[in-house]
Design a protein around this ligand. Structure first.
Ligand code: G6P
Length: 465
């Protein structure tokens, strides 16, 4: 059987016990790797004084996990710097927050070289290498320099920005060119794929060859592969003992008020300020139902080394305090704002207790909370999903109540509609969304991607073996 090597900056080995606390990418990858006797390579999350390239190797639930420590300067220039102060804001349409500092670009290149040098000796002929996300765009170029001839694929978990935005990045051509050292480049949605193609056709004199893209003297396959969740497992988890316990706690503490819930990493791309403003609007516009709701926002802190994250945290502290100050009563608080991280099985219980899931990012590659919210619902009495049209998930979850996350009025109206929605409509909408998240789940995503990667360029593998 072909071995799969997964590479990502953040590595979070599966425990198989539901006590993982991270979201997004790492969860999806651990679910995808569980069925392969694969290797997962990335950053240990730790720093040392000087880079040694020494591997920490562990086995978790059938997966070999190999990680390396980085230097403090790597952390500042590569992770906090180019990845999270340059690419992340730019790709999420926040040019105002994007910092262009040459040392960040250098750190980014350096860490990608270091990762390649540490990983290359672990790669055997026939292995498929699958690289994830914006931290590691130049990794294939570095691996090729070291003579790696295996099939290498890249998957971008975040949006690919519009052409006019991409060209504002100093050195954009070099970055895009490095994607042509992969055999397959995957995006979350057809829109992002199209934006990438448009860039290549206009900026790099690229041409389409069938469904492949040719530029910089190389041909690469491109595709849209919407990532999913382990829906069946999550639906089961929502009925676990721990989930029930959390569900009951929620029910008791909301005193049977309608629970509106949001769960996001504390990130400016998630539209939290706009969401709070939307909820405030709802309170102001609907005095008659005001005391019948409770808005729980769970937002574990994230990337605290980056100023923009410290600033959004301070603004949310003040916003939640202000709304509570304005509307709370001696026996009721409208907003419960929590920065703690919860176990997934507990979150499943929270989702199940909620009447409304509020998922309103300003931009989001996919958004897996939306899918997990759907997976966790009680089929006989499902909650309503309010979803931003700018989340990749909006492409698939068409039965959600769709909103423009920039509009507090739209969020307020959607809340009103969701809270008043009768059971038959809730069931009809939820049933279709549940079918979608179950069919297009994380295994379907992995199989589609790995299938496409396995199908390319057999010759290189033949040469390597
Ligand atoms: C998003 C990114 C991932 C990242 C995750 C958590 O989902 O696409 O690559 O791992 O956020 O962020 P962090 O910086 O903590 O890894």
């Amino acid at each position: 059987m072909t071995r799969l090597i997964v590479v990502s900056n953040r590595v979070n080995p599966p425990t198989g016990k539901g006590d993982e606390t991270v979201g997004g990418l790492a969860m999806a990858l651990s679910a995808a790797l569980r069925e392969y006797s694969g290797l997962w390579f990335g950053w240990s999350g730790k720093t040392t004084e000087t880079f040694t390239g020494e591997l920490n190797v562990e086995r978790h639930d059938g997966v070999t996990v190999a990680t390396v420590d980085l230097e403090e300067s790597d952390l500042n220039e590569y992770y906090n710097g180019y990845a999270n102060k340059t690419l992340w804001p730019l790709f999420h349409y926040r040019q105002d927050l994007t910092a262009y500092d040459r040392s960040y670009g250098e750190g980014y290149e350096r860490v990608n070289q270091r990762f390649a040098e540490t990983l290359a000796p672990l790669i055997e002929p026939g292995d498929l290498v699958w690289v994830h996300d914006y931290h590691l765009i130049p990794l294939a170029r570095e691996l090729r320099r070291l003579g790696v001839k295996n099939r290498i694929g890249f998957f971008l978990h975040i949006p690919w920005p519009a052409h006019q935005l991409m060209v504002t990045l100093p050195g954009h051509q070099k970055l895009v060119q490095s994607l042509f050292d992969y055999d397959l480049v995957g995006f979350q949605t057809p829109d992002y794929r199209q934006a990438f193609e448009e860039y290549v056709l206009t900026e790099a004199q690229g041409v389409m060859v069938g469904s492949d893209l040719r530029a910089f003297g190389r041909t690469v396959k491109v595709g849209a592969f919407p990532i999913g969740v382990d829906a069946a497992e999550f639906a089961q988890m929502a009925k676990s003992e721990r989930a029930w316990r959390t569900y009951n706690v929620m029910m008791a503490h909301t005193a049977f008020r309608s629970l509106i819930v949001g769960v996001d990493r504390l990130d400016y791309s998630k539209g939290l300020e706009e969401r709070f403003a939307g909820f405030e609007h709802f309170l102001a516009d609907n005095p008659e139902v005001r005391r019948e709701v409770l808005f729980l926002q769970i937002a574990p802190v994230s990337r605290e080394g980056v100023e923009a994250y410290q600033e959004i945290r301070a603004r949310l502290d003040s916003l939640s305090g202000r709304i509570n100050g304005e509307y709370a009563d001696i026996d009721w608080n409208p907003v419960r704002y929590v920065n703690k991280n919860y176990r997934r099985d507990e979150l499943a219980g929270v989702y199940r207790a909620a009447r409304v899931g509020l998922v309103t990012p300003l931009r989001d590659g996919m958004n897996l909370v939306a899918k997990e919210f759907v997976a966790a619902q009680d089929p006989d009495d499902p909650g309503v999903l309010i979803l931003s049209r700018f989340a990749g998930a909006a492409d698939q979850l068409k039965q959600a109540l769709m909103v423009n996350p920039n509009s507090p009025e739209e969020i307020s109206e959607a809340l009103k509609r969701a809270l008043a929605m009768e059971l038959p409509e809730r069931i009809a909408r939820w049933t279709q969304m549940f079918e979608t998240v179950t069919r297009d789940d994380v295994s379907a995503w992995r199989d589609a991607y790995v299938g496409a990667l396995s199908g390319v360029r057999e010759t290189y593998t033949a040469l390597a073996s």
